[in-house]
Every structure is written in structure tokens, then in C-alpha cells.
Design a protein around this ligand. Structure first.
Ligand code: 5GP
Length: 295
């Protein structure tokens, strides 16, 4: 979208090297860029190849880049969207971003509870005696849950042991209404729906370190969210580590363009400091956002 002065800028969502692009009419005329680069669009006269230059360069050279429409179309042909089957999602135990993710979220939350907030999920399971409605969960009937799903009230939901669990859009709104930054831990396919003027999300992918580092550092860690009925936490197995790496890779390939930042969670303290610095900068420094978020 053009800015007030009539100039149009875009933020690159992927790396591009014209020398590796079989479709470009002339490789020498192409402009290479990296994910996150800000490009100024000079011409959109051609539907397939736009002319662009790097913003902020003293002496920028204009070159050809694939148009948004063309890039989206060829990607769609190359990799079909995975079909999301909402009610098949079960526990989050195999979610790779779970490698210390909840711990990172918890640390950030307690570092400043005035500033950060988290959502209260909905569930259809019975309330346990020590729980209070609206604290651990918002307890609702299966019928109401299904109606809310029909009405698109949830950002994400799943089924676990014959009960539904989910995060409602309103629960995010109530955190924002308290003027807090809402920390959300979601599956990447939901990000598309959250990237709106209302939520203006900043998406951080918490990535597991190498398998060697996982073996070294997480050997004695336990999978808390897959407790068995006796409440015992199981240690991670070699298979869990391989699953984490594999699904993180799949997520990055498929959704990397939606991530504003990637933080590798090798050492928890280092990852936490990087997270904290990222948030502090985000709130104090100017950064590029879609024009539609400014209105
Ligand atoms: P519990 O019933 O023991 O409180 O939670 C059981 C499981 O429900 C958790 O381990 C987690 O897998 C799942 N769960 C809790 N909250 C949510 C949520 O907001 N969304 C989804 N999809 N699952 C949840």
C-alpha cells in the first residue's frame, strides 16, 4: 500500500536470489534480497516482475523482483497448504516450540506482570476442587463450546481426553483491554488470522537448538504437559528430540515468512535475555509494519 508521499515500501518475507530463479527473464536484471529487507517498489506495471530497490541504500540499483501475486501463486503450486483438522489436535506434547517455550513465556510474564498478560483458556472438562472459574480456565458446556467454534470465537482449540480446550479471541481482547502485551503460544497456522490491525502481533519462533545440544542439555528435562494420570512427568526420549527438530523444520519451511524473529532456545537464560531485549526494542524503537495497521 502506498504511503502518504506516494512511495511504496515492502518488507521481504523470504530470501531471494535471481541467479537461482529459473523464471526470471534476465538474471542480471534481478535484485537479490534477504528476509526482513525493506524494498521500495519503483514500478508495478508488469503483473509478474516488479522493479524495486533497497530502501536506505545511498546509491541503490533498481532491479526485478517477483510480484506478490506471482510469488504466492508459484508457492501455492509448489507446496499445497496442509489441511488443518481442528478437532484432531490433542495434547501439545509434541509441539516443538514447547522446548522451554512455556518456561520462556512464564519467565517473561513474571518479569513484569503489570506489563505482560496471558489468556485464560476455555475448557469443557469439569472444574477441579482447587480451581476457580476464570482463573485456570473458563469452564463452559460442550454445547456452548461447539457453538462458539461455529461462530469463529476461537483462535485455536483442540480435544484432549474427550474434552475441548481452546483460546478465544475475546480472551486476547481482555488482556489487551488491560493495556498489557498479550503473550500467546499458538500453532503457526493461526498466525495468518491474527495478523490484523486489531492485534498487530509480533511473531517470534522459538526454535530448538541442534539435536546434539538437545541431548546434552535436555536429557534430564521432563515433558510436563504429557503427564500420565498419576501425574508423573516423563523424561524426553531420543525420539522426542528428533520429533522436535523435524517439526520445527517443517514449521520454519512452511511458515517462516510469518515470523518476525527466530530465537534459538539453547540456554534458557540467554534465550530469555534475547526475548526481553527484543520486546524492549519493539516498544521503544521504530519498525516497519503494514500500512493497514496505521489506520
Ligand atoms: P488439564 O485438563 O490437565 O488442565 O489440561 C490437559 C491438557 O489440555 C493440557 O496438557 C493441554 O494439552 C490441553 N490444553 C490446555 N489448555 C489448552 C488450550 O488453550 N488449547 C488447547 N488446544 N489445548 C489446551
Amino acid at each position: 500500500t502506498p504511503s502518504k508521499e506516494g512511495k511504496m515500501f515492502i518488507k521481504a518475507l523470504f530470501d531471494y536470489n535471481p541467479n537461482e530463479d529459473k523464471a526470471i527473464p534476465c538474471k542480471e536484471a534481478g535484485l537479490s534480497f534477504k528476509k526482513g529487507d525493506i524494498l521500495q517498489i519503483m514500478s508495478q506495471d508488469d503483473a509478474t516482475w516488479w522493479q524495486a530497490k533497497h530502501a536506505g541504500d545511498a546509491n541503490p540499483r533498481a532491479g526485478l523482483i517477483p510480484s506478490k501475486h506471482f510469488q504466492e501463486r508459484r508457492l501455492a503450486l509448489r507446496r499445497p497448504e496442509i489441511l488443518v483438522q481442528p478437532f484432531k489436535v490433542s495434547s501439545r506434547k509434541s509441539c516443538p516450540v514447547g522446548v522451554g517455550l512455556n518456561e520462556l513465556k512464564r519467565k517473561l510474564l513474571i518479569s513484569d506482570t503489570q506489563h505482560y498478560g496471558v489468556t485464560v483458556p476455555h475448557t469443557t472438562r469439569a472444574k477441579r476442587s482447587q480451581e476457580s472459574d476464570g482463573v485456570e480456565y473458563i469452564f463452559i458446556s460442550k454445547h456452548l463450546f461447539e457453538t462458539d467454534v461455529q461462530n469463529n470465537k476461537f483462535i485455536e482449540y483442540g480435544e484432549y481426553k474427550n474434552n475441548y480446550y481452546g483460546t478465544s479471541i475475546d480472551s486476547v481482547r481482555s488482556v489487551l483491554a488491560k493495556n498489557k502485551v498479550c503473550l500467546l503460544d499458538v500453532q503457526p497456522h493461526t498466525v495468518k488470522h491474527l495478523r490484523t490491525l486489531e492485534f498487530k502481533p509480533y511473531v517470534i519462533f522459538i526454535k530448538p537448538p541442534s539435536i546434539e545440544r538437545l541431548r546434552e542439555t535436555r536429557k534430564n528435562a521432563k515433558i510436563i504437559s504429557s503427564r500420565d494420570d498419576q501425574g508423573a512427568a516423563k523424561p524426553f526420549t531420543e525420539e522426542d528430540f528428533q520429533d522436535m527438530i523435524k517439526s520445527a523444520q517443517i514449521m520454519e519451511n512452511q511458515y517462516g515468512h510469518l515470523f518476525d524473529k527466530i530465537i534459538v532456545n539453547d540456554d534458557l537464560t540467554v534465550a530469555f535475555n534475547e526475548l526481553k531485549t527484543t520486546f524492549d526494542k519493539l516498544e521503544t524503537e521504530a519498525h516497519w509494519v503494514p500500512v493497514s495497521w496505521l489506520h
